[in-house]
Ligand binder design. Structure first.
Ligand code: ATP
Ligand code: MG
Length: 571
């Protein structure tokens, strides 16, 4: 490709709304253009990069035996009513009416479509398993579309759906997809981790997420430094971090603690380690049919993990409770503790507090705390004590698997694989005849990859202050031949010859033949982030050209007649 013919423009100014490098650079380098909030056009360089990623995803899915299809983007509401999701999906699912007043959905995901594609076509266990995938547009009316391609409203996903006669065949396919995803992200040249994950609203029994490691990631991962344990913080667990309290109290004491409310204040006032103070986190839990105030108790040096807390009480959501709501529930803010708590109040205590003693907690009366309390006896709280794993794992906690140290890192979710079971096939009446000739609902799995999100995730992991640094595997062009001065015919001739040679060798090459000065050409090379540039400038007279490595910013002078073989070596 000739730069002079490439529909490409780079700009000097940063886009106003961009906070992350991927967003800023993709817009500045003319890869994408915003057309509405969370909706982007892909310009030529963006499209080339996207297609390179798409191709790698496709190749690996095909070689794992999945079949590519394309489903309609607009789906009828009746399908979503059949699974029952029409009411559950909320505002992220955009519904539209056609001229006949029929209801349709801009697909945010496609489980229903694929169940409908398979039911009544696959009739016998003999036709199973089936794995179908598409690489297609999705629409989610995200509350806060942001970060460019990382969280768009319109985006492209690779979504696959597999159908099986039993759970063990689903397990086999789930493992095959995990292996396939590892191959895909390795081929894309990205540093990633597969982690245990929350199954969220899609439901099902098991799920894993694939995370591209990057400081800007919205997810936090707990990774063991000595074994393969890795989990999203939303599900991560640890060995109980209990310590011995050096201060022994013989009896339970009630202590007057005026204006001593926060954990820090209590620790200071009582002269105890925060570890031995029980912290109360008050939330409003939302369920399909009701709302209620729930108190979560964790150690004073821990934080509540909201997804774990939500799952522990089977709520749809947890939100902050207002001062009014806390008062109405009969709770004394700042002095809430599990001992002597009104029996009407719902509560849950972190698992790691089981059997703990020497504890300090709010006395549920203003202004008192109690000291020397114990959770050793099972029914200490008057009714059955409820425990759950609700505390967030911290950096340095012990791995639940091997006892090693857990480290926290940030990641961008680029893939998610689920075991669905019959959650969709059963309500949608999608059955096959098993070996005994009995009708049985398909056992399903589903497997997503954020293809357009990957364009941005690759940059979040690979960039510097000058611009993007594309991994070779997905770069729009591998080599950028920069002609220092297009008025010098010997430079042009040499560049054209090298361009032809590289193209014949199958190397994706761009020749910067624009009548521009050298400075802006190098700036563009650095911003766009092609892996290599060959600079053909003044030194050509002495038989020398320069190779620039975008990643290391190294400049290597080579003999002009050796540059081709040197490049082939580097690639
Ligand atoms: P997130 O937690 O980031 O909102 P999700 O868990 O809702 O994502 P899934 O339903 O698991 O997403 O979708 C599969 C994949 O699609 C995700 O792993 C992600 O890579 C991609 N994806 C999801 N939402 C978006 C979005 N708004 N913009 C771009 N890609 C997305
Ligand atoms: Mg997900």
């Amino acid at each position: 490709m000739r730069f002079s013919r490439l529909f490409s423009y780079t700009t000097k100014e940063d886009p106003k709304d961009a906070t992350l490098p991927s967003h800023k650079y993709l817009v500045k380098a003319g890869f994408i253009k915003q057309i509405a909030a969370g909706i982007y056009d892909f310009l030529p360089l963006g499209k080339m990069t996207f297609d390179n990623i798409r191709q790698i995803v496709k190749e690996e899915m095909d070689s794992a035996g999945a079949n590519e299809v394309t489903a309609g983007f607009v789906t009828p509401c009746e399908l979503w009513a059949e699974s029952g999701r029409i009411n559950k999906m909320g505002d992220e699912m955009l519904r539209i009416k056609d001229r006949k007043n029929q209801c349709y959905v801009l697909s945010p995901t496609n489980e229903e479509t694929f169940v409908d594609m398979v039911r009544n076509r696959v009739k016998s266990y003999k036709q199973l398993p089936v794995n179908l995938y598409q690489i297609n547009t999705k629409f989610r009316d995200e509350a806060r579309p942001r970060f460019g391609l990382l969280r768009g409203r319109e985006f492209v996903m690779k979504d696959a759906y597999s159908f099986h006669s039993d759970e063990s065949d689903l397990d086999r396919e789930f493992n095959l997809m995990e292996e396939t995803y590892r191959k895909i992200f390795t081929k894309l040249g990205l540093e990633f981790r597969a982690v245990m994950a929350d199954s969220g609203a899609i439901g099902g029994t098991g799920s894993k997420e694939f995370m591209v490691l990057a400081d800007s990631g919205e997810d936090t991962l707990a990774v063991c430094d000595s074994c393969d344990y890795a989990a999203n913080l939303e599900v991560a667990s640890r060995k109980n971090p209990k310590k011995e309290n050096p201060v022994k109290t013989e009896e339970i004491e009630q202590i007057e603690t005026p204006n001593v409310k926060t954990i820090e204040e209590v620790a200071e006032f009582m002269g105890v380690d925060k570890h031995f103070i029980i912290k109360a986190v008050i939330k409003k839990a939302i369920f399909a049919d009701k709302e209620k105030i729930v108190v979560f108790f964790v150690r004073g040096d821990d934080e509540l993990e909201e997804t774990k807390a939500k799952n522990a009480i089977f709520a749809d959501d947890l939100v902050d409770a207002s001062e009014e709501e806390i008062k109405e529930a009969g709770l004394v803010a700042g002095y809430v503790g599990p001992f002597g708590l009104d029996s009407k109040i719902d509560y849950i205590i972190d698992d790691d507090l089981r059997g703990a003693d020497e504890l300090v907690a709010g006395a549920n009366i203003e202004p008192y705390h109690i000291k020397g309390a114990s959770l050793k006896e099972a029914n200490i709280l008057g009714n059955v004590t409820r425990y759950g794993d609700i505390a967030a794992v911290k950096e340095g906690d012990r791995c639940p698997k091997c006892g090693g140290r857990l480290k926290l890192t940030k990641g961008i979710e680029v893939g998610h694989i689920f075991k669905l079971g019959d959650v969709y096939s059963k309500p949608m009446n999608a059955t096959f005849l098993d070996e005994q000739g009995k009708a049985k609902a398909f056992i399903m799995g589903c497997y997503g990859i954020g293809v357009s999100r990957l364009v941005a995730a690759a940059i979040e992991q690979n960039h510097d202050e000058f611009g993007m640094i594309w991994p070779k595997e997905i770069a729009p062009f591998i080599v950028d031949i920069i002609i220092g001065d297009v008025k010098k015919s010997e430079q042009v001739e040499f560049a054209e010859e090298l361009y032809a040679k590289l193209q014949n060798a199958g190397v994706k090459t761009l020749i910067d033949d624009r009548a521009e000065r050298f400075g802006p050409k190098i700036k563009d090379f650095e911003l766009i982030g092609f892996p290599y540039a060959v600079v053909i400038g003044k030194k050509l007279k002495d038989g020398i050209v320069e190779i620039r490595d975008r990643k290391t910013l190294e400049k290597i002078e080579v003999q002009a007649d050796e540059v081709f073989s040197k490049l082939m070596e580097m690639l």
